[in-house]
Design a protein around this ligand. Structure first.
Ligand code: GLY
Length: 373
């Protein structure tokens, strides 16, 4: 009997399993493929707490809270594993290519400053001075505290960390979660065996919904495919910031490559193709936004399946009517960013410690969440 069985070895599942095991619990982590093998490694690794949120409120605060945990998270993983997830405090430039964008981004800047974050308007000349490879813009919103990590390295670090203190089964496809008939807890069935756990945490990304079907939850989670590419600028050319427009984003990595992302495909289901059509769309947008990268060298492409929730926000906590069954699902575009705070929420949920009010809007058992938010 395990104290906790965590289902899903992505950013959310691994961070939760690691933090739960650090409290002294006996933790089993079940992953259907390889640890970090799905959306988490596919991520561009933006920690876009200010970028990804369109209004002030609980989700914005949650994103800021998680971003603030990142430096210590990455340091701690490095101390435990020797693997550096390459946190880069390079800031994000959100580009305005017309007057409407300027108005919208300046309004975003104002509410972000009003809510205690740093944000700064750069005029067209300043953008050109700081990022000479970009096309002439109307200006850009600089979010200096939004950063990025190398997601595949973060996954390698987390995988090494969990293997130190959790029991890990890769290639373990969970088919059912059932109440333990003779007492408290759950039986988690896989194609190759069954495991008993006092508590279960479902963190299976885009594969979570089917596992939760027997229970009463509001969690509707659909795969939202994203296709990405890596390019390498010619020698001597580089972008400093992450550059974000409505059509494409560019995330510079410490190895000198730039991650180009990403499509958002809601009708593709679990399809894993990387298509000419998607890459043409991305690269056309790159050459428009950053003509100085026109002769960059193409390196590789890949894709991932984001766990899409109706409003892009997660459900976390203990499922109503199923004591000991917890979820951490539906993180959509922000699984990497939200992993540290989600793991804290999961530990407090499994420990039955009350959550602070600021986390309550994400509780899976909240009644008004039974409707899509
Ligand atoms: N977080 C960026 C994306 O999901 O494309």
């Amino acid at each position: 009997m395990f104290d906790v069985i965590v289902i899903g070895g992505g950013a959310i599942g691994m961070t939760s399993a690691w933090r739960l095991a650090q409290t002294g619990r006996r933790v089993l982590l079940l992953e259907r493929g390889q640890l970090g093998g799905e959306a988490s490694s596919a991520a561009a690794g933006m920690l876009g707490a200010q970028l990804e949120v369109s209004e002030p409120g609980a989700f914005y605060q949650l994103c800021l809270e998680s971003r603030a945990l990142y430096a210590q998270f990455v340091d701690e993983l490095f101390s435990c594993t020797g693997i550096d997830a390459q946190l880069s405090h390079n800031g994000i430039l959100q580009m305005a290519f017309d007057a409407t964008h300027v108005t919208a981004l300046k309004s975003r800047m104002r509410w972000q400053i009003d809510h205690g974050a740093r944000a700064e308007w750069l005029d067209a000349d300043e953008v050109k001075r700081q990022e000479p490879l970009l096309a002439k813009a109307f200006g850009a919103l600089l979010l200096p505290d939004d950063s990025n990590v190398n997601a595949p390295l973060l996954m390698r670090a987390l995988a090494a960390a969990v293997k130190q203190i959790c029991q890990v089964c890769e290639g373990s496809h969970v088919t059912d979660i059932e109440h333990e008939k003779t007492g408290d807890g759950y039986v988690v069935k896989t194609a190759t065996g069954s495991y008993c756990g006092e508590s279960v945490v479902v963190a299976a990304g885009a594969w979570s919904e089917r596992l939760l079907e027997p229970f009463s939850t509001p969690c509707t989670i659909r795969p939202v495919k994203g296709q990405l590419a890596a390019i390498r600028p010619r020698q001597g050319l580089a972008i400093r910031h992450t550059i974000y427009s409505d059509h494409v984003y560019l995330v510079p990595k410490r190895d000198g490559t730039i991650v180009v992302g990403a499509t958002e495909e809601r009708e593709a289901g679990y399809n894993r193709d990387v298509t000419i059509d998607a890459l043409t769309t991305l690269f056309t947008a790159v050459t428009r936004m950053a003509p100085g990268l026109r002769d960059a060298i193409f390196e590789r492409t890949w894709m991932g399946l984001r766990p899409g929730s109706p409003n892009g926000q997660p459900w976390i906590g203990e499922v109503a009517g199923a004591p000991g069954l917890h979820v951490a699902v539906g993180h959509f575009r922000n699984g990497i960013l939200l992993a540290p705070v989600t793991a804290k929420m999961v530990v407090q949920s499994v420990s039955r410690e009350p959550w602070p009010a600021r986390w309550q809007p994400f509780h899976v058992a909240l009644k008004d969440q039974l409707q899509p938010r």
